[in-house]
Design a protein around this ligand. Structure first.
Ligand SMILES: [Cu+2]
Length: 274
């Protein structure tokens, strides 16, 4: 019905969308992860691939055993079943082999966890404060830091701005490319989670706690994420819009934003955009 209704053009477009290299967005019929844009996400992709190979091998092996048992030892071909039980060699093997597989998985897993957990010397700090239901960002700076709110746009405003539905915001965050960005997350009311799939980042924003994570975007572009901890009625409406730009563009955005948003010198003052 979809094809009849929207015609061949739409079908071709759908196929193209299917095979096109994913931009910084999820796309129709996507099977894998969103393409990596940071070293951490590249590590996650590699680990994911390794696990997939292991899982497929284990599943095929178990399937082959099942088929073999079902065929060879079916009642018709094996009227008098054997009463043998216990086989020390087999039992040791089916205990040891899974242990070896798990150790084999654990090594790269811990290596990746440490890589994520230990933050390299950061070039940029951002503080993301989850609120019901938007994000407040702080860009602390020695001279003049600033803070602003970042609210999800309505469907109509997203269309107007050419942004994807449920993902566009009124004030995007900017970071420079190839620089280590440290993200501090906290919650103002309930637990939220700052998640940016293409950077391999998902960090809970917990009231009364300051969590740290990092990413280093290896390409410029616009990336989208969402709050990923069920935080109330409008949980689905607090997206994250991240622009990764060149150093020069970042400096320009920083200078403009310092003027645009209220300075932090007065703690109590926080003025939203415009
Ligand atoms: Cu939330």
């Amino acid at each position: 019905m979809f094809l009849r209704k929207s015609g061949i053009g739409a079908a071709v477009a759908a196929l193209l969308a299917f095979s096109a290299p994913a931009m910084a967005l999820p796309y129709n019929f996507e099977m894998g992860l969103q393409p990596a844009a940071s070293p951490v996400m590249e590590g996650i992709e590699d680990f994911h691939r390794l696990l997939l190979y292991i899982i497929v091998a284990v599943c095929l092996f178990v399937l082959a055993l099942l088929v073999w048992i079902v065929v060879k030892y079916r009642a018709g071909a094996n009227a008098v079943p054997s009463k043998v039980h216990h086989n020390t060699l087999l039992e040791v093997a089916w205990t040891l082999i899974p242990v070896i597989i798990l150790v084999f998985i654990a090594v790269p897993s811990f290596r990746l966890l440490y890589f994520e957990a230990i933050i390299p010397t950061p070039d940029v700090h951002i503080k993301a404060i989850g609120k019901q239901w938007f994000w407040t960002y702080e860009y602390p700076g020695s001279a003049a830091g600033f803070t602003f709110d970042s609210l999800g746009l309505s469907d109509a405003d997203n269309v107007k701005a050419g942004k994807p539905r449920l993902l566009g915001t009124d004030n995007a965050i900017y970071v420079p490319v190839n620089k280590v960005v440290e993200v501090e997350t906290t919650g103002a009311d309930v637990i939220h989670s700052w998640a940016m799939p293409q950077m391999g980042v998902k960090m809970d924003a917990v009231p009364g706690r300051l969590n740290h994570t990092w990413f280093k975007a290896n390409q410029t572009g616009v990336f989208y994420g969402q709050c990923s901890e069920l935080c109330g009625a409008k949980h689905a409406y607090m997206p994250i819009e991240l622009h990764v730009v060149s150093d020069a563009d970042y400096a320009a955005w920083l200078a403009a934003s310092k003027k645009k948003f209220a300075a932090l010198e007065n703690d109590a003052t926080r003025v939203a955009s415009k």
